[in-house]
Design a protein around this ligand. Structure first.
Ligand SMILES: C[S@@+](CC[C@H](N)C(=O)[O-])C[C@H]1O[C@@H](n2cnc3c(N)ncnc32)[C@H](O)[C@@H]1O
Length: 329
């Protein structure tokens, strides 16, 4: 006989699935890549090669507009505690890495968290990182790999670096339960090569996903990502050439669906709409004032075989690009 608690639990899980941005096909595709994720010559090779540029791009965003840490104490008590314990530490930014996969970026960022409070600030100023991904096999690989570096392991042990196997929607629901629906927020949310994998269904869209990322961002904070434009050159490069059989192709067949790629102007529009939606509170609809102080940055990147990824200003519509939105203070 099915008991009432079991029925409630099953209903909760079904409701969560119905509102999930994660598609079963994506989960199965990424699970199949887990065992080779950290092979620098394997199917995730282009992600490994792109990683140093991510640090450069984040550093340039932070240099152009630092997250306003003056708001930290007014937001909530756990932030207050963090500020006090970090008062000598210049690396105080809280990062959330959404869709972290096997940890290529998250782990490299964790390596920049200083071990001592008096150490000088690093370019990305990471003080802590929470990295989330819905693919269980990838989170397992990420946790295993973190254990191979004692410096990273020490941050896992102190709770400064955490991997979680959950969806963005799970995290939002959790935060809404904390502190009257406005739980702790992050200074920087990163979203590298993820938005083009978000499921579009009756209750999920890339705009809704982006809005959820912005909801988790502190005023003055940055949402930073990379994705691929939906243009003819990107079709040729990212679908035809990149997914061609070895030795031409550099990513596994089925990694991308060209129709899910996002153009820079579309993404900028979603960022604006997302900021307004994220500012809506209890029936009060936030208008254009939610865009006050917003910043938008977008830079194209091109992969040159033998040389790696390079920033190429003006190439945003050719294919891959970095983008960032700063929430007004
Ligand atoms: C191309 S990988 C990028 C991984 C990582 N961000 C990196 O660049 O190294 C895409 C990741 O997005 C995750 N993903 C797919 N759909 C997602 C969703 N709806 N929400 C969050 N993550 C998702 C996958 O599990 C996978 O780890």
């Amino acid at each position: 006989m099915i008991t009432r608690p079991t029925l409630h639990k099953a209903t909760r899980i079904l409701n969560r699935r119905a509102h999930s941005s994660v598609s079963a096909d994506e989960l199965s595709h990424f699970s199949s890549l887990a065992s080779s994720w950290w092979d620098p010559m394997g199917p995730s090779r282009v992600l490994h090669l792109m990683n140093p540029l991510r640090h450069d791009f984040i550093a340039s965003c932070l240099a152009s507009g630092p997250p306003s840490t003056t708001n930290i104490t007014s937001d909530n008590t756990s932030d207050k505690h963090d500020t006090n314990s970090n008062k000598n530490n210049k690396n105080t930014l809280r990062y959330l890495d959404v869709g972290c996969g096997g940890g290529i970026f998250a782990e490299s960022l964790a390596r920049t968290i200083p071990s001592t409070p008096n150490a000088s600030a690093t370019r990305t100023q990471a003080g802590s990182i929470t990295a989330i991904d819905p693919t269980t096999a990838l989170i397992q690989i990420a946790r295993d790999h973190a254990r191979t570096d004692p410096h990273v392991t020490s941050h896992v042990q102190t709770g400064k670096f955490t991997y979680r196997n959950c969806t963005l929607e799970d995290l939002i629901a959790e935060k809404q339960q904390q502190q009257g629906g406005d739980g702790e927020k992050f200074d920087v949310v990163t979203l590298f090569e993820v938005i083009e994998h978000v499921d579009t269904n009756a209750s999920s869209s890339p705009l809704g996903f982006l809005t959820n990322c912005l909801r988790l961002l502190r005023p003055g904070g940055w949402l930073i990502g990379s994705t691929i434009a939906r243009t003819f050159p990107s079709f040729l490069v990212n679908q035809v050439i990149a997914e061609a059989p070895w030795p031409v192709g550099v990513v596994p067949r089925g990694t991308h669906e060209w129709s899910k790629f996002v153009n820079p102007d579309e993404l900028e529009g979603w960022a604006q709409e997302g900021l307004m939606r994220a500012a809506d509170k209890g029936g009060v609809v936030a208008g254009a004032q939610a865009l006050d102080g917003m910043r938008w940055v977008c830079e194209g990147v091109v992969y040159f075989p033998g040389f790696g990824w390079k920033l190429v200003p003006g190439s945003e519509n050719w294919g891959n690009y970095f983008w960032a939105v700063r929430k007004g203070v």
